[in-house]
Write a protein that binds this ligand. Structure first.
Ligand code: ZN
Length: 334
């Protein structure tokens, strides 16, 4: 069987990867799987909502995938996976990679992970050889793990967003699965959010950037994606070798979203219908001066590398929140 093509969105949290994943999932041959590293815990154990609205256990697609994994205990896989992906393991992982060794050691669970992606390709992409699974798990060590699996053909899309914007986004309280959910998304203090941004984005560059993974690494800034959604989407599709016949943009700043079957991720993955793609610039005026200085100071070198200014840019348009909002011209569908 040929390996399964996986487009892995790597980087830090709150970088707009949910929007990018949902948009890519509208393209023929692309399956927006969401954050698959959470499938075991949040999907199969906690039975949280799929992108289609059904709890994962009731979603016909994930039921077919689950049936292909009869001998796995999701809670155990989730526990072991979390152990393998701990932050403290990152230095050793990068050290092995620097020495030219496989960055991730083999593990008995790898056969289950390989079977999971093969089952998704089979049921969500009808086994089409040019199909692409979009996995927005983001955590670089999990991407490195996927890259080590023989059944996976990995492409890394590094989505970067201004860390002052992500720090501002982290400050907002947001239920994990929409308003009815009493479990909140994690909300680290601003300094910790900045350091995590730095660690994950630097690790992503170290693992795949430069000449480390020729033809397998593409960096896209969230700000550039919202400035030109259609052009950026076409560029990402081209990166994985696909020329889409049609793109889901009725106008330059509007996207038509149909439900996906994505698991985990930002609650905005449940948004469907005609949706405006607008830059979320509330942080420009909303992030306090001290927090701005803390984040800028901690991330200065990387800011310059990714082309962000150190000084606070002037807010040029009215602040809009969230990053995607229902189009005023058309009502949300479904
Ligand atoms: Zn579903």
């Amino acid at each position: 069987m040929s390996p399964v093509r996986v487009l892995y969105l790597a980087g830090s949290g709150r970088s707009g990867s949910t929007l990018v994943t949902t948009v890519l999932g509208q393209l023929p041959g692309f399956f927006a799987a969401g954050e698959l590293r959470y499938l075991w815990r949040r999907g199969l154990v906690e039975n949280r909502p799929c992108g289609c609205g059904s709890p994962v256990a009731d979603c016909p697609l994930w039921a077919r995938v689950r049936a292909d994994l009869p001998d796995v205990e999701p809670a155990e896989i989730a526990g072991r996976l979390a152990q393998r992906l701990r932050l403290r393991g990152l230095p050793a992982l990068l050290r092995r990679q620097r020495r030219g060794q496989p960055p991730v050691a083999d593990h008995p669970d790898d056969t289950h992970l390989t079977r999971l992606y093969a089952a998704i390709a089979e049921h969500a992409l009808a086994g089409r050889s040019d199909g692409v699974i979009v996995d927005s798990s983001k955590l670089p060590p999990y991407g490195a793990l996927l890259g080590s699996l023989p059944g996976i053909d990995l492409y890394v899309l590094h989505v970067v967003r201004d860390p002052r914007a992500t720090a501002y986004s982290w400050r907002r309280r947001r239920p994990l699965d929409g308003r009815a959910d009493d479990q909140l998304m994690s909300r680290p203090p601003v300094g910790k959010a900045a350091l995590l941004w730095l660690v994950w984005n630097t690790a992503t560059v170290r693992l795949w950037g430069g000449r480390r993974a020729p033809g397998r690494y593409l960096r896209v800034r969230y700000e550039d994606f919202v400035a030109d959604p259609a052009g950026t989407t076409a560029r990402i599709a081209g990166f994985v070798g696909v020329t889409p016949d049609a793109l889901p943009f009725p106008s330059p700043a509007t996207v038509r979203l149909t439900p996906t079957h994505s698991v985990a991720g930002n609650p905005s993955r449940h948004r469907t219908g005609l949706v405006d793609v607008v830059a979320d610039t509330e942080w420009l005026t909303g992030l306090p001066t001290r927090a701005y200085a803390v984040v800028t100071g901690l991330t200065a070198v990387a800011l310059t590398r990714f082309g962000y200014p150190l000084r606070r840019p002037a807010a040029t348009s009215p602040a809009r929140d969230p990053a995607v909002s229902p189009s005023p011209a058309t009502r949300q569908e479904g």
